[in-house]
Design a protein around this ligand. Structure first.
Ligand code: FMN
Length: 358
């Protein structure tokens, strides 16, 4: 399958080093900056989004939410919409589903609960999701996508966006380039591309030349998502590939301050230093925000979350083993503090500023 070439990129003049980008608007919603926290199921909950927002993210997106469950006001599903409109603006809720009217009802619920934008998931590769015709399965069946988009457009007046992949698999159904005219016809306000085929899952490298090709032909803003692990990556991708904005997912796990680094670099300032103390303070705050949000379930979730903050530290595998045996938040935080202190003793203040995406 041929999506285009890199020739246009090669011909483009060298990008300016100062921020000359005009303010980004998605429909009626203005973003302060083009760095967006990606939707990540099981990760992009309110505590995590709040930390990203505090670090300066221009937009935060919820985990994907089942439209069917939301239209029935399911308690666990409503929890995914937890936010504080005074702190999280603009806030985008991502929905997945396949029935136009169900998606329309769910979008109304999401807007009534604070969503400033609605995103339709057309990119999820999970077997359970595509097996029931949701997520990326819609890419294989573009005809089914049109009534969904039309129903969403009729149901809510907030901007609508779509997050998708370049195609499902080579030769399977439509491509994002086939989808684009439909998005424009149906009044969609922006499209996010995670440039890996659905069949690739998260394997291989994201092919940003596809983001660039899409941005060249798209009359609506194109947002690129994939493999950004540092501020230099984020600003570089933004400048080189003509995207209106970039999304950061896995790279922000345990490093919500990445958004502050992106902002500084984008403005031509020196990024703030990500010290070991900043790690500890942020982990502590993350733990307490999580406890306030989910109560007694927090220590279980922290077994994963605190590991993010130990990435790249000496002794982190020993820390992991001990962390998984603890179900007291204070002890979990003490273990992290010990791990950081050991790293400081053995390695000094240095901690990898670029982490491996996982
Ligand atoms: C654990 C996990 C959960 C994800 N959940 C969602 C989701 O709910 N909706 C969605 O559109 N993309 C989801 N994604 C994809 C991300 O939004 C993003 O497009 C992808 O991870 C590539 O960006 P990254 O390399 O910055 O992580 C998920 C990715 C991961 C790793």
């Amino acid at each position: 399958m041929c999506f285009g070439s890199n020739e246009a990129a090669a011909a483009r003049p060298a990008p300016a080093m100062k921020n000359e980008a005009p303010a980004l608007k998605i429909g009626s919603v203005r973003l302060d900056n083009p760095f967006i926290l990606a939707p990540m199921a099981g990760i992009s909950n309110w505590p995590f989004r709040r930390l990203a927002k505090e670090a300066g993210a221009g937009l935060t997106v919820s985990e994907m939410v089942s439209a069917a469950a939301l239209s029935f006001h399911g308690k666990a599903t409503l929890k995914l919409l937890e936010t504080d409109p005074a702190l999280e603006k603009p806030f985008c809720v991502q929905l997945f589903g396949k029935e136009p009217e169900t998606l329309a009802r769910a979008a109304e619920v999401a807007v009534s609960r604070g969503a400033d934008l609605i995103d339709l998931n057309m990119g999820c590769p999970a077997r359970k999701v595509i097996g029931s015709g949701h997520g990326s399965a819609l890419l294989k069946n573009l005809a089914a996508a049109r009534p969904i988009l039309a129903a969403l457009r009729r149901a809510v007046s907030v901007p609508i966006t779509v997050k998708t992949r370049p195609a499902f698999a080579p030769g399977a159904g439509g491509t994002v380039f086939d989808l684009l005219p439909m998005l424009v016809d149906e009044g969609v306000d922006a499209v996010t591309l995670h440039p890996r085929l659905t069949s690739q899952g998260f394997g291989g490298e994201a092919d940003w030349s596809l983001v660039e090709r899409l941005a060249e032909v798209s009359p609506i803003p194109v947002i690129g998502s994939g493999d950004i692990s540092s501020a230099a990556d984020a600003v570089g991708r933004l400048r080189r590939h003509g995207a209106a904005a970039v999304m950061i997912g896995r790279g922000a796990k345990g490093r919500p301050w990445l958004f502050a680094e992106c902002l500084a670099l984008w403005r031509g300032e020196s990024p703030p230093e990500a010290t070991l103390d900043l790690r500890l303070q942020t982990a502590d705050r993350h733990a307490r925000l999580l406890a306030a949000s989910v109560g007694g379930k927090a220590p279980f979730m922290l077994r994963t979350v605190l590991m993010w903050y130990a990435r790249g530290l000496r002794g982190s595998s020993e820390f992991r083993a001990r962390l998984c045996r603890e179900d007291d938040l204070e002890i979990q935080l003490e273990l992290l503090a010990e791990c950081v202190e050991r790293h400081r003793r053995e390695e000094g203040e240095t901690a990898a500023s670029r982490v491996k995406i996982c």
